[in-house]
Design a protein around this ligand. Structure first.
Ligand code: MN
Length: 239
């Protein structure tokens, strides 16, 4: 059994969600062979040197404990935490994966993405995404002091709030981009997060039925998908 979660947006100002995550790692996640975190685990991640912060250190330690219990942890970074890197991987034992990822589950071919790269209707966001994730930006970000990166993160969040970018208004994934992923990976299943609009969508691509699950965001309680060769089940609560 493989578990999938995303969009926890962990932050010190939402302690109930953090408690739910720690309980999930100590409880339901222990029964899985692997846990995949499909992005936006953190509300913001400004660099692996921020592991010195006790809030981040507690979460990293809990992930490491899950790994020690024999559960493989994989992270596909999201738009909020795309700077998760080798330092976080070393500290937690988690593998940081480059999207899109293809997994084989029984006879099914499953594609995994966070989901922001496929929201093609939001041209402004795609422009920003290309800029902030470019090698030059990453180089500059790596060499900025931690406090400067924290200030930059606050400014980006304020600007995004001022633009009214609530999740109700987040662009949805582009139908063509979804079809391309299914086609390129010869996949029949897809899981992603990002939009905070949990659902199961059927797609017919090239005359073949495919299924796409959208993960739920977390608000005070755990919510995840359980994937087994014979199907996918949505779960929530303490499990
Ligand atoms: Mn996101």
């Amino acid at each position: 059994m493989i578990l999938f979660i995303s969009d926890l947006h962990l932050q010190p100002s939402a302690p109930a969600t953090t408690r739910a995550f720690l309980a999930f790692l100590a409880g339901p996640a222990r029964r899985a062979s692997a846990l995949w975190i499909l992005g936006d685990l953190f509300e913001f991640w400004v660099g692996d040197d921020d592991l010195g912060d006790p809030f981040h250190a507690d979460i990293a330690d809990a992930l490491a404990a899950l790994g020690h219990a024999g559960v493989a942890v994989h992270i596909v970074p999201g738009n909020r935490d795309f700077l998760l890197g080798a330092g976080f991987a070393a500290r937690t034992g988690a593998r940081i994966e480059n999207e899109p990822v293809l997994l084989t589950v029984g006879t099914h071919r499953l594609v995994l993405v966070h989901g922001d790269a496929e929201c093609l209707d939001d041209a402004d966001y795609q422009r920003y995404r290309r800029r902030i994730r470019s090698p030059l930006s990453r180089f500059v970000l790596r060499h900025l002091p931690l406090c400067a990166r924290r200030a930059l993160a606050r400014r980006i969040r304020r600007r995004s709030a001022a633009r009214g970018e609530g999740y109700a208004r987040t662009a949805d994934l582009d139908a063509g981009a979804i079809a391309s992923l299914f086609r390129d990976f010869d996949a029949d299943w897809m899981i992603h997060g990002h939009t905070h609009r949990p659902a199961l969508h059927p797609h017919a691509v090239d005359g073949r039925e495919r299924l796409r699950w959208v993960l739920a965001d977390w608000h005070d309680t755990a919510t995840w998908l359980e994937v087994e060769p014979d199907g996918v089940t949505a779960r929530e609560g303490a499990g």
